[in-house]
Design a protein around this ligand. Structure first.
Ligand code: ATP
Ligand code: MG
Length: 270
């Protein structure tokens, strides 16, 4: 299938309904996901996309070991909305998220976030840009093992300004409380369950209030009750704070929390 000539994929509410029509709560008109002029974000005439990919390719390895993880992805992530990315294991979902977040360099194509072409930024500028605009919850958590949960959550703020104020500590506690891990803040990651580590990783990604949050299977290690709490939290941060959230999930129940669903298959948007 050629992606070069067709219009870029923009997730739609209908896509989400197809994922699980029974669970989707339609958004009432005029909520924060829509722009003040009343046009839905990400739709023609609405706000510009929070992130855009054009002709995005990513090839790992060389010769016979080459893997074409992304094969020319065109995608617009609508601003102020909750987008779910679904697709089979190995289809390129994590690779796409890493490239959109500037964590991994694509082999070809462009990524624009909040109007900035990530390819135009040097390493230092990209690090600062990511810190100021983007939060990322890794599929593998990536907590630093020698830091406590609290220190892990506060780390992105400390990297920005070495002296943390009380407000930052208060915010870390609030986030941990709302994610149900406040009583584990003084423990090391090795002393936490997988689900607790996952929730600490979510708190760490949210501590800077990023305008764009990527979460790679954020409920993969959670029971259904905790999973619902985390998904509610993400949905609230979209509705109430106007954040853009992009979440990879294998679970239709989780995707039903999203406004839009994008399916990745074999390195392309299906
Ligand atoms: N660092 C790497 N080196 C070589 N190949 C890689 C690397 N990272 C990913 N791949 C390959 O790229 C393809 C896409 O991987 P990716 O992790 O993006 O899949 P995914 O859709 O996130 O899968 P899952 O649902 O299992 O997390 C896979 O074939 C994978 O083996
Ligand atoms: Mg993955």
């Amino acid at each position: 299938m050629s992606t070069s000539r067709r219009a870029p994929a923009t997730a739609t509410r209908r896509d989400a309904a197809q994922a699980d029509p029974g669970r989707l709560t339609p958004l009432p008109a005029g909520e924060p996901g829509d722009d003040p002029a009343g046009k839905p974000a990400g739709e023609p005439g609405g706000r510009p996309p929070a992130a855009s990919a054009r002709g995005l390719t990513k090839t790992y390895g060389r010769g016979a070991a080459q893997v074409h993880a992304l094969r020319g992805v065109d995608l617009d992530v609508p601003s102020g909305r909750f987008t779910a990315i679904m697709g089979p294991s190995g289809s390129g979902k994590s690779t796409l998220m890493h490239c959109l977040a500037g964590l991994d360099q694509p082999s070809g194509g462009t990524v624009v976030v909040d109007g900035t072409d990530l390819g135009s930024l040097g390493d230092d500028a990209l690090t600062v840009f990511r810190r100021e605009h983007i939060g990322f919850v890794f599929q593998s958590f990536n907590l630093l093992p020698m830091l406590t949960a609290r220190q892990n959550i506060l780390l992105p703020l400390e990297l920005g300004s070495p002296r943390l104020d009380d407000a930052a500590r208060e915010r870390a506690h609030e986030l941990a409380e709302s994610l149900g891990v406040a009583d584990r803040l003084d423990h090391l990651p090795a002393e936490l369950s997988g689900g607790q580590q996952q929730r600490v990783a979510i708190a760490r990604a949210l501590i800077t209030s990023p305008s764009l949050l990527f979460a790679d299977e954020p409920t993969g290690n959670l029971d259904s009750t905790t999973s619902a709490e985390v998904l509610d939290h993400l949905r609230r941060s979209v509705r109430e704070l106007g954040q853009t959230v992009v979440m990879v999930t294998h679970e239709p129940d989780a995707a039903a929390y999203a406004d839009d669903v994008v399916t990745v298959q074999d390195g392309l948007i299906a």
